[in-house]
Structure formats: structure tokens, C-alpha cells
Design a protein around this ligand. Structure first.
Ligand code: ZDR
Length: 384
């Protein structure tokens, strides 16, 4: 049986993601059967759909409204994604027909994050408090008098003054005089894997124009240079404020456009405001996934992740099989099947057996059409 995988593509300032809605599919980690290789194929810009990451909307586990998982283009799983959670909020509003004011309590690996849909269509996200101790970022840099980890690191043979901050995921922030002159490809790649950042790191070069207006360039862990980075913009504002370079509230210009970042003094939380837009909905051709045992067409095998956890790799041993992804042709270890997973599979099997291929194509088309119509209606002025 081949899978039909429906997705929506969204972008926030050019940081683009494939959104998969698994909220009604049961609380299994593997409702979509994604593997790191599939994520790499989906994100491949020539052989796949193309994206900086894949985001799953899943049922909640800890009292939130839903749970988000995000995977980088290289298949690793970061703790959080600022642009991604704005895209998720826009996707939820489009899917469910929600309008402002609407907020969502989203469970992430970085804790509870709360995006809210504003009247102007932008998304304002309560990103929580920044992490400023070495072990929580994590970094080997020591905390300086400024109140955050700082130090001189040797990068490609040159000394570089680096500050570190966490937004659930790690960020290295490097203030420079001229951000346009930075060799992002070389320096970003080198700093991402510097030994001072044991879980690797996102890297940001920032130029302070005025204390409330900064311009930055981004090298993302697991994705390389991207047009924007929400968690990175938050970490950059926090670091620049503590270094005495910026106000608590500033506009940060990224290659894909501006974000407003506000480090609220009373709550200690960082708020990020910016856009998120739908690009298109689609259905992935089953052939993209092949049989699962050949190499992805173009993506290179990434270095083994440290803190970002890897998705389940294909072909696990019998002891560690995941029924939802491995037992597609019949159960290999019935006694190990979680009942929820078995029930979910039974429902899917019943649905697929009761449908012809034409029915399935129509089902996918109708669902896409209703979402697209919902989005168009949202943008039309209400008739009084
Ligand atoms: C930078 C990011 N796109 C965002 O907007 O916050 C997050 C993606 C995750 C990042 N690549 C990481 O921490 O591995």
C-alpha cells in the first residue's frame, strides 16, 4: 500500500516549511511514517518539494491545544522554530477558519509557545524567556559581566568575538561592522560545528544601525543560509541588548524582511511579530518515497546529530521496529503493537479498502479545495 501524503507549504520571510496536519490521526510519533531520508527528499529543492523544514501539527500531550514537531532540511529535529511556528499558526487559522483574535497554546521541545493571530494578519508569538546559562544553550563559553556567555573563538584561523543565547535552540551571535562583507558560507559553516557548541549552533552576524534597528544574516543549523530565522532574531536582540548595543525593542532586518522583537521587562519573555503566508497545498507523489531503501537523490548524508534528535531511521531491527512505519504489509510483531497505533492503522486500512484510487484522488482534491476556498473567503470583506 502506498501512502498519499498531503501537505501545505507556507513561508515566513522566505523561511519555508511543509506543514502536515496530524491533529486527528492519533497520538503516535509516526503517524506520517516520516524518516530523516523522507524529510531530506521532501525538502530537496530539485528532486522534492523544496523547503527549509517540515512541521507536524500533532495532538497535545501536556494540556496545550496541539503539539508541534519540526525537522530541519537535513532530517534533524530542533527544539523550536520561530518562523515555523508563525507558519503553523497561519496554517491552523486557514485550516480551521479562525480569525483574529485567536491564540494557540503549542507544545514544543522548548516548552509551551503561544502564537497569536493579530488583526493586521501578522502573527505575534510569545517565545518565552531566553536561555542564558552555558548548560541550557548549550555552550562551552563562560558567562561574562554582560550576563550571557561570551568569548573569543578561533574560527578558520581568525579570532572572533562571539556571544551565545538560547531560545530553546542554540544561537551564536556575532556583532560586526559590515554584515554585507561577511563570508557567511565559510564562517557560518565553521561556527555551526565549533567545539564551543556541543549541539552545533545557528549562527547570526548582526550589524547595529541604531539601537532599535539591526540588520542580520543567518546561517541555520541543519539548513545552511536561510532568508530568516525567528528564534535567531530573538536571540540576537537579547544578546545585543545585554551587550549594550540595542534597546529591548527593535526591528531586525533579515534577508527575507523585517521582524519586530520585543524583550518584555516585566515577564522576561521575548515577543516576535512578523508575517506568515500560504504558498500552496499539494499531494506528494508516492514515487518520491520509493521503496525506502535507496539513497535520496541529491541530499548528502548529514553529520550525526547531537542534541537535535534524529527521526527513526529505516530498516530498524525487530526489537526496535515501529509498527506504523515498518508493518505496512502486515504486522511483524503483533504483541508489540500499541493499541492506539493498531486502531489508527485499522481505520486507515478500512478507509483505503473502501475507496477506489479515483475516490482517494477526489478526497484529497476536495480537502485541498475546501482549504483554498476557506482562505479566499477569509480575505474577502464581510458583506453586511
Ligand atoms: C531558525 C529557525 N528557522 C527559526 O525561525 O527559528 C529555526 C529552525 C531550527 C534551526 N535550524 C535549528 O535550531 O536547528
Amino acid at each position: 500500500m502506498q501512502q498519499v501524503l498531503q501537505f501545505s507549504k507556507y513561508q515566513g520571510l522566505g523561511n519555508d516549511f511543509l506543514l502536515l496536519d496530524g491533529r486527528s490521526l492519533g497520538d503516535s510519533e509516526d503517524v506520517f511514517g516520516l524518516t530523516p531520508e523522507w524529510v531530506r527528499r521532501l525538502c530537496d529543492r530539485r528532486f522534492g518539494v523544496g523547503a527549509d523544514g517540515v512541521i507536524l501539527a500533532l495532538p497535545p500531550r501536556e494540556g496545550g491545544e496541539l503539539r508541534m514537531r519540526i525537522f530541519n532540511a537535513d532530517g534533524t529535529e530542533p527544539e523550536m522554530c520561530g518562523n515555523g511556528i508563525r507558519c503553523l499558526a497561519r496554517f491552523l487559522a486557514d485550516s480551521d477558519g479562525d480569525v483574529a483574535p485567536r491564540r494557540w497554546e503549542v507544545e514544543t521541545l522548548a516548552g509551551r509557545i503561544v502564537p497569536a493571530l493579530a488583526e493586521d494578519g501578522r502573527i505575534r508569538v510569545d517565545m518565552g524567556a531566553p536561555f542564558l546559562t552555558p548548560e541550557t544553550i548549550p555552550t562551552g563559553l563562560a558567562v561574562g559581566v554582560e550576563g550571557l556567555p561570551v568569548g573569543m573563538l578561533e574560527v578558520l584561523g581568525e579570532p572572533m568575538a562571539v556571544a551565545a543565547a538560547g531560545m530553546g535552540n542554540p544561537h551564536a551571535v556575532v556583532p560586526v561592522d559590515d554584515v554585507a562583507a561577511i563570508d557567511l558560507e565559510s564562517l557560518g559553516a565553521a561556527l555551526e560545528v565549533h567545539e564551543a557548541f556541543p549541539a552545533r549552533t545557528n549562527v547570526h552576524f548582526v550589524q547595529v544601525l541604531t539601537p532599535d534597528h539591526l540588520v542580520m544574516r543567518v546561517w541555520e543549523r541543519g539548513a545552511g543560509p536561510t532568508l530568516a530565522c525567528g528564534t535567531g532574531a530573538c536571540a540576537t536582540l537579547v544578546a545585543c541588548h545585554l551587550l549594550g548595543l540595542a534597546d529591548r525593542q527593535a526591528r531586525l532586518d533579515l534577508p527575507g524582511g523585517p521582524l519586530e522583537i520585543d524583550w518584555d521587562e516585566a515577564s522576561g519573555h521575548v515577543f516576535m511579530t512578523g508575517p506568515a503566508e500560504a504558498v500552496f497545498d499539494g499531494v506528494v507523489a508516492p514515487s518520491l518515497f520509493g521503496t525506502g531503501d535507496e539513497r535520496p537523490p541529491a541530499a548528502e548524508t548529514p553529520p550525526p546529530p547531537t542534541t537535535p534528535s534524529a527521526l527513526v531511521e529505516t530498516e530498524p531491527s525487530l526489537d526496535s521496529i515501529d509498527c506504523a512505519t515498518v508493518c505496512v504489509n502486515g504486522c511483524l510483531r503483533p504483541e508489540a503493537c500499541a493499541s492506539a497505533s493498531a486502531e489508527a492503522r485499522a481505520r486507515v486500512t478500512a478507509l483505503l479498502e473502501g475507496c477506489s484510487l479515483d475516490d482517494l484522488v477526489a478526497l484529497a482534491g476536495e480537502s485541498l479545495e475546501s482549504r483554498t476556498r476557506g482562505r479566499l473567503c477569509r480575505d474577502e470583506p464581510a458583506v453586511s
